[in-house]
Ligand binder design. Structure first.
Ligand SMILES: *Cc1c(COP(=O)(O)O)cnc(C)c1O
Length: 480
């Protein structure tokens, strides 16, 4: 121990309580260490953070079990300046931030599901920056309806008689159930009483909309005759068919087709509502995906109402879309609940621009990020991985290009794996978990996977322009 240090401890011992060495708030604010901070930030804010910092130091000194242990230089204003600086920085960082998704899960619900097309972003910014004709008819110069936007496009693209947009898929389903089955019974197959994520379960959604659930058939087999028997006993207003999008039932299974249910509905005066979940408008074959029921087919089968999300396989902003017979759509528009779950102008603008891209299927595949990610070939991803690895290796980062597999996510296509490519990085300090943590806390957070003791980035979910950001982040954080 140096002489200065020894003197310091001698003095500490002579002071019965180290807390007495803490400088006053005024002295600290006048010190050299606070000059820059006070120049860059409002004084009131600095004082507020300094008070918190002083409290922290006082508390820590008070809690010290061993009075002999070095307390840090409690007299030095720099200690407080550093603490205040950190607090100022943390309070300036927004809570909701853009992150890079290196997980390989395309519709990652925790990372905000679907990234948007450029034209959707432009449209959203344009109506958000100023005013918009949200509920204003430009022809007549009088009041219009927000529910008229997107409607013609949705009808054109799917063949539906009417269309309505709400703020998410779950809200759309509640709206359909409430309008068509409030106080009445609804038949649902036991194989379709699913949890759609975030703890939301079909029986609970149904109950909250004021309808009464009647379970039909068994988990693995529900025949048309089961629906008929339940209908004759319960006088239901509706059959709800739910697309089991997030898991598979295989083996000894059987279910009534949508066409059969529509036929039964017509015969026994029941509406048929189809909750599709993901609402794929593109051709699954072009995306290398197995067949998936699509809104257009569901409408063509004669379903009364089809419900799906805007931000799953459609690739638009968070929204719930209702398609179906004009008469029912009209009733839903007038329901008070429709007001409670109404969609905002930016969402409508983003959804309309996204739907416009579907007028040409090739444009949709190229411009809608979710579809571009789904259709990216392993060769194209391998080329990006090789380029990235070459640049990282040149910067001295131990890494290699790897084969991996992505999933669609968002509760869709369970069990389907997409052959993908990425990079695998060896942490140069701490293990892979430590590297993953450093990258999550980086200025632009990069979320990847830890596998076999390395950090993995699946390039399918990294937008191509983000490769340069990944290069920068990984080389800066791999070793400290
Ligand atoms: C995702 C999903 C919903 C809910 O849609 P959100 O837009 O997330 O509210 C409803 N039903 C099914 C079958 C789903 O997969």
């Amino acid at each position: 121990m140096g002489v200065a240090r020894r003197k310091y401890f001698a003095r500490l011992r002579s002071v019965s309580d180290a807390r007495r060495l803490i400088p006053s708030l005024e002295r600290l604010l006048e010190s050299e260490a606070f000059v820059d901070i006070l120049e860059a930030h409002p004084r009131g804010l600095v004082v507020q953070h300094l008070r918190t910092e002083l409290d922290r130091v006082r508390r820590e000194l008070g809690e010290r079990a061993d009075p002999e242990a070095p307390p840090g230089d409690v007299e030095d204003p720099k200690l407080y300046a550093a603490g205040v600086d950190e607090r100022l920085r943390a309070s300036a960082t927004p809570s909701l931030r853009a992150v890079i998704n290196g997980t390989g899960v395309i519709l990652h619900t925790n990372l905000g599901r679907s990234p948007l097309a450029d034209s959707a972003l432009d449209a959203m910014a344009s109506v958000a920056r100023g005013y918009a004709n949200l509920e204003y008819d430009l022809d007549s110069g009088s009041r219009g309806s927000r529910y008229d936007h997107c409607t013609a496009l949705l009808r054109d693209l799917t063949g539906a008689g009417g269309a309505l947009v709400s703020n998410n898929g779950a809200a759309a389903l509640v709206l359909a159930l409430r309008t068509l089955a409030f106080g009445r019974t609804v038949l649902v197959s036991r194989g379709e009483l699913v949890e759609i994520g975030g703890g939301f379960r079909i029986p609970e959604i149904l109950e909250s909309s004021g309808a009464v659930l009647v379970e039909v058939g068994s988990t693995n087999r529900t025949r048309l005759e089961d629906y008929r028997a339940a209908a004759e006993k319960n006088d239901p207003a509706m059959i709800l068919k739910v697309h089991r999008s997030n898991f598979r039932i295989t083996g000894f299974t059987e279910e009534a087709s949508l066409e059969e249910l529509v036929g039964l509905g017509a015969e026994l005066d029941m509406r048929v509502v189809h909750d599709l979940g993901s609402g794929l408008l593109a051709d699954p074959e072009r995306l290398g995906l197995p067949a998936e029921p699509r809104p257009t087919e569901s409408v063509a089968a004669g379903t009364d109402i089809v419900v799906f999300s805007g931000d799953k396989l459609l690739g638009g902003p968070q929204a719930g879309i209702l398609l179906g017979k004009a008469e029912w759509i009209e009733r839903m528009r007038k329901d008070p609940l429709c007001r409670a779950v109404r969609v905002d102008k930016t969402t409508l603008a983003g959804l309309e621009a996204t739907l416009q891209l579907y007028r040409d299927p090739e444009t949709a595949l190229r411009e809608i990020p979710v579809l571009a990610m789904l259709s990216a070939s392993p060769e194209a991803l391998a080329a990006r991985a090789d380029t990235l690895v070459a640049s990282l290796a040149a910067a001295g980062v131990p890494c290699e290009a790897v084969e991996t597999s992505s999933v669609v996510g968002g509760g869709t296509f369970p069990g389907v794996e997409l052959e993908s490519r990425g990079i695998r990085v060896e942490s140069q300090e701490g293990g892979a978990d430590a590297l993953a943590r450093r990258l999550r806390n980086a200025s632009v957070p990069l979320v990847g996977r830890v596998e076999d003791g390395s950090f993995w980035v699946d390039l399918r979910t990294v937008l191509p322009w983000q490769d340069a950001v990944v290069l920068d982040l990984v080389s800066r954080h791999v070793g400290q």
